[in-house]
Design a protein around this ligand. Structure first.
Ligand code: DQA
Length: 150
């Protein structure tokens, strides 16, 4: 009998459903479907990637609760919520306090952009942060999770 696959939740916040057409000079020309394919191809045997996106803060928080209950590692691009959502921070803290990895990722480098993007309310409770590497930010986060969770 083969062991059940480890699911990795890849959660994306507001406006990331518009990847591909949204500010391609900042976020590139590839869409969320391309990200899903990239991560699916990068995932080794025994890992299953579950990519989700929402513009709704409550839904994103619910998915983090789900991660805690199902003991699922998380890659989180909180998008604009990064900069002000204490509700999301508290939910993300439940993930890392449960001993599960939660990697905060960004496609762009927020520190090289407008001042309001320089602060993340998530980073202080995240396992790690990867930013500015395009979709590779997610791929490297997956690589970390694969090597630490296995
Ligand atoms: C982002 C950076 C955020 O500042 C912005 O609000 C986003 C995307 C990124 O992936 O670069 O929506 O999280």
């Amino acid at each position: 009998m083969t062991a059940a696959a480890t699911t990795v939740l890849v959660l994306n916040g507001p406006n990331l459903g518009r990847l591909g057409s949204r500010e391609p000079d900042v976020y590139g020309s590839q869409d969320l479907a391309a990200l899903t394919t990239l991560l699916g191809d990068a995932a080794p045997e025994g890992f299953r990637i579950d990519v989700r996106q929402t513009d709704d803060e409550g839904e994103l928080i619910g998915w983090l609760h789900e991660a805690v209950d199902a003991r699922t590692p998380v890659i989180l691009n909180p998008a604009a919520f990064t900069h002000y959502s204490y509700g999301l921070r508290d939910a993300a803290a439940m993930v890392t306090k449960a001993g599960l990895p939660l990697i905060e990722v960004h496609i762009s480098n927020p520190h090289a952009r407008e001042t309001f993007r320089h602060n993340s309310v998530i980073s202080g409770i995240a396992t790690g942060v990867i930013a500015g590497l395009g979709f590779d930010s997610y791929r490297l986060a997956l690589d970390y999770i694969v090597h630490t969770v296995a």
